[in-house]
Write a protein that binds this ligand. Structure first.
Ligand SMILES: Cc1cc2nc3c(=O)[nH]c(=O)nc-3n(C[C@H](O)[C@H](O)[C@H](O)COP(=O)(O)O)c2cc1C
Length: 99
């Protein structure tokens, strides 16, 4: 059975919402075993990377940058022989449109 780790970096929670959606689809439609980790608490999973077939990495973008904790995880050389998918949540406007 496919085992997937979804690691995310969020500031306000939007990215976590998307991670929960992705995880539900992977579990229900594709029968994956899914673990979810906030990048701030990734230490526990780093040692267990060998258990996973697939790694999904998600981050929000603020002023053009990934969240630093998820960026440093993504830069690590620990993804050999794994399927890796990356997504970002971004966009929107900080100002309301004036009518
Ligand atoms: C202070 C701030 C700066 C942002 N900067 C950008 C940016 O440079 N580019 C972009 O596409 N989106 C930007 N966004 C939009 C966020 O990436 C988007 O709302 C994201 O879904 C937030 O995810 P989070 O709730 O997981 O932190 C910014 C949002 C905020 C609040």
């Amino acid at each position: 059975m496919n085992k997937t780790l979804v690691v995310y970096g969020t500031r306000k929670g939007t990215t976590k919402e998307k991670v929960l959606l992705i995880s539900e689809v992977l579990k229900e439609k594709f029968l994956h075993i899914v673990d979810i980790a906030d990048s701030k608490q990734i230490k526990y999973y780093k040692k267990r990377m060998g258990e996973y077939d697939n790694i999904i990495i998600g981050s929000s973008i603020v002023t053009g940058l990934w969240k630093s904790s998820i960026l440093s995880f993504a830069r690590r050389d620990i993804f050999q022989n794994k399927n890796v998918a990356i997504f970002v949540t971004a966009g929107g406007t900080l100002n309301k449109v004036k009518k």
